[in-house]
Design a protein around this ligand. Sequence first.
Ligand code: B16
Ligand code: MG
Length: 211
Amino acid sequence: MKKGFIFDLDGVLCFTDIYHFKAWKVIADRLGLPFDEKVNDRLRGVSRMESLRIILSLGDKTYTDEEQLAMATEKNEIYRTLLNEMKPSDVSNEVRETLEELRNRGYKLSIGSSSKNTPTILEKTDLAKYFDAVSDGNNITHSKPDPEVFLKGAQFLGLEPSECYIVEDAEAGIDAGVAGGFTTIGIGPAAMYSKTHHPISTFKDLLNYAK
Ligand code: B16
Ligand code: MG
């Protein structure tokens, strides 16, 4: 029987992908790389440095580790300035009411996000209060599709992977959930992914899995 839900953040609870896109675009434009929204889709759920590697692979120049770190740091500074604009109304009532109802039904809830900016996003959107645990980019060494972030989330909740659902929008996140022995629920792009156990079309459909 399931006792918990572990939620991806960006693309599931809120939508910071447009901020990621705008910030990476500044770097890519300067390097003359053809970065567009289709490439941005490939960055969903993957770490900051891996995202940079994907963007740099659009060209044929190589950069030292120091240069890459400087680019990622600059991108993050631009991204964090954009995150400053986030507010509680950026999270839908549907998401808030569903999280509240899952809690009322006795489920434990955790975040399972690759983002090192998770604490800022949770604070800006007033989402922290719904969660018993937060597992994010700050407590892992391997990013999705490695299952580490979800395994830590389950551990923080005191649950086994078999007792938790993973809720994800990204293929890398579904792969991570499957690799960790979790049951996966896919929304958005992940609802169309063949490895997703349960596709849903809207957030409140989660309640169908929480009897
Ligand atoms: P940061 P998620 C992920 O968040 C984003 O989907 C991904 O595009 C980003 O590169 C990653 O966080 C790292 O973010 O630069 O803030 O550490 O979908 O796992 O909640
Ligand atoms: Mg995501």
